[in-house]
Design a protein around this ligand. Structure first.
Ligand code: OXT
Ligand code: ADP
Ligand code: MG
Length: 570
């Protein structure tokens, strides 16, 4: 375009926004600053939803959870070096969880960075990002924005989803080109996450294994939840009559109250089952790698595994019948092949599982109806359980150690993708980013149940919640510390490990600083009133739930993962 003919020009800023919008990306989770401040402004002016956070890690967690909930990459945008690094944790977490996310970071001038001449926020971000994501791309010319965004989107959601990094040098944003030419340079990504139909041989093999099963089990993982093929999964589970065990974020795919749900008989089904069908769940640390006494007799188990990632098969144990494909297509093919295959629902086994689960649930139920003073986890979580039962559309976010483990088993989830938690890494600090993304992406109410330590990793985002007036009720389980608040310490002196926080901390006052509703709850009755009010009103609320400092266990349910010192025990 001739010089001065601004009418017919476009630039890097606008091409990037156009490229995202063309591909259906409507939301950016970001923290502004040089060189992306104006990019956020222009994006908003062009009709995008730009949600500004206080710290990039939480914007990043929000983007990754948006990816999990929508099957489209969530986009996080940050400034250079420090902002980029803050976002990188979330990008790595997204990749670890197999969630699609794109981290777009501004960067400094290439020629200065490459000569290490000390530019403003200088860092070779492209190289830094590479080990933490599926793919890492850098733009040098505005004319390549179309293809770069297309590549980033396809990389993030095709095959096994994951994180992608897109590096945008500040100077590139200002580059101009002819507007018509710019429009032509954009690329619409055609069906980036195509159905992956499993091979017939794989289905036949799985059927043969299923025919031999006397005590079968289905394990549902968050890959199955991600796939959004809820009806097919339900059909397969019900047609087979197999008990199913939901991993934490697969809870709700079928309701936890379903008669085939084996969550409350976890130890039993892992140990006694003979055939296990894994659906979008890795046999990783969360399942003791498929080995050990938890799994019964070594070698007695035969696994069928559905996964979109072929390389996942045999990662820890032999897979007797690997089925590579998306969960939906695998279910569909298996359902067809089951017709006339003589696979009968294992009635006796299901009854046995059921009676174990029922007994465990009854025991649990009795513990929930307590009015102990000080309030314990069970008393408090009994209230949360009722609140979700009465408001099953609410999305539950959950982190902490005891707060996490007990909430997972106590609180029933009734709908798919209605529980978001610490994921594969067990990372603290996902709570508020996840809650914000859940509220923004679904428009639903969110209940975030947070350990007081967990909340500390992301607590400042309570201002973001208030600023956008989101219907999020955060309940801080305040037991005065990490795991416990009574300073249990066999090392002597103050406990540096389980850190006793300031006693009687008033987390409820924090939200009042930003105009939200703060409540203190010392008993299940007080908690009930506060939670129901918050869910009714939809107002940003923080409930400071005072929990007995002695009620928790070190590391919650996973204390066995702590290494032991022989020397210290002399
Ligand atoms: O069958 P059995 O008899 O075995 O019984 C099981 C079920 O059948 C039964 N069950 C039921 N019974 C009755 N009714 C129902 N409905 C029911 N449902 C189940 O209950 C038992 C247990 O069932 P579950 O839970 O399914 O089974 P289990 O054995 O626990 O499963 C194993 C696992 C591994 C799958 C499960 O435990 C799991 O998913 N665990 C995830 C654990 C995790 O990720 N934890 C978070 C990390 S801990 C630690 O790392 C923390 N840090 C360090 C740190 C981290 N993480 N990140 C960063 C960035 N920096 C540092 C920190 C700082 S936690 C933490 C803070 C903690 O303090 P907080 O204040 O936040 O929290 P508090 O602890 O509350 O103080
Ligand atoms: P969980 O923690 O719930 O056990 P994991 O995160 O360990 O679940 O496992 C999720 C698995 O799901 C990953 O191996 C991933 O490759 C797989 N996956 C992701 N999306 C799909 C999909 N659409 N179809 C099939 N498998 C998928
Ligand atoms: Mg705590």
């Amino acid at each position: 375009a001739p010089e001065g003919d601004i009418e017919n020009l476009t630039d890097g800023f606008h091409l990037l926004i156009d490229a995202l919008k063309l591909n259906g990306i409507e939301t950016i989770y970001n923290v502004p600053g040089i060189p992306i401040t104006d990019l956020g402004r222009y994006a908003q002016a062009q009709g995008m939803r730009v949600i500004s956070f206080r710290h990039e890690q939480h914007a990043g967690y929000a983007a990754s959870v948006a990816g999990f909930l929508t099957k489209m990459p969530g986009v996080c945008m940050t400034v250079s070096a420090p902002g980029f690094m803050n976002g990188l944790t979330a990008l790595a977490n997204a990749t670890t969880n197999c969630w699609p996310m794109i981290l777009i970071s501004g960067s400094s001038e290439r020629e200065i960075v490459d000569l290490a001449q000390g530019d403003y926020e200088e860092m070779d971000q492209l190289a830094m990002a590479r080990p933490f994501c599926k793919a890492s791309y850098r733009l040098t010319y505005a004319q390549d924005i179309g293809i770069a965004v297309a590549r980033a989107i396809r990389s993030a959601i095709s095959g096994r989803p994951g994180g992608v990094y897109l590096d945008i040098p500040g100077a590139m944003l200002g580059q101009v080109m002819d507007a018509a030419e710019g429009a032509r340079s954009l690329v619409k990504v055609i069906e980036p996450a195509q159905r992956q139909i499993p091979a017939k041989s794989a289905i036949d093999r799985a059927i043969e294994v299923m025919k031999t099963a006397k005590r079968p089990l289905i394990v549902l993982g968050k890959g199955a939840a991600y796939d959004q093929c809820d009806d097919l999964i339900r059909e397969l589970v019900e047609k087979s009559g197999y008990p199913f065990l939901p991993m934490s974020m697969a809870k709700g795919l079928l309701p936890d109250t379903h008669p085939q749900c084996a969550a409350a008989a976890r130890s039993m089904v892992l140990k006694d089952s003979d055939v296990v069908i894994m659906m979008g769940a890795r046999i990783n640390w969360l399942l003791s790698h498929g080995k050990g006494k938890q799994w019964g007799e070594p070698g007695a188990k035969r696994f069928v595994q559905m996964d979109i990632e072929a390389e996942e098969m045999d990662s820890n144990v032999e897979i007797a019948a690997p089925i590579v494909g998306d969960v939906g297509s695998c279910c569909e093919a298996l359902l067809k092949a089951m017709d006339g295959a003589g696979i009968a629902p294992p009635k006796e086994w299901l009854d046995a599982v059921n009676s174990k689960a029922t007994a465990n649930m009854e025991k649990m139920d009795a513990r929930l109806r307590n009015n102990n003073d000080p309030m314990d986890y069970h008393g408090a979580l009994g209230v949360i359980k009722d609140a979700i039962n009465d408001n099953p559309d609410t999305i539950l976010v959950n982190e902490g150690a005891n707060t996490l483990d007990m909430c997972r088993s106590i609180v029933n989830i009734h709908k798919p993708r209605h529980r978001i938690d610490v994921g594969t890494w067990g990372v603290m600090g996902i709570g508020l980013g996840s809650a914000i993304a859940a509220a923004i992406e679904t428009g639903k109410r969110v209940l975030a149940v947070e350990g007081d330590s967990a909340f500390g990793f992301c607590g400042m985002e309570i201002e973001t919640v208030c600023r956008y007036n989101l219907p999020i009720c955060t309940v801080v389980f305040n037991n005065d510390g990490i795991y416990r608040g009574d300073g249990e310490n066999w090392g002597g002196g103050d406990d540096p490990a389980t850190t006793v926080f300031v006693k009687g901390s008033r987390y409820d006052l924090m939200i009042e600083a930003f105009g939200g509703v703060g409540v203190i709850a010392r008993s299940p009755d007080e908690l009930r009133k506060a939670v129901y009010e918050a869910l009714d009103s939809g107002k940003p609320t923080l409930i400071n739930a005072i929990i007995d400092p002695a009620a928790g266990k070190e590391s919650g349910n996973i204390g066995n993962l702590n290494p032991q010192s022989v020397v210290a025990q002399r």
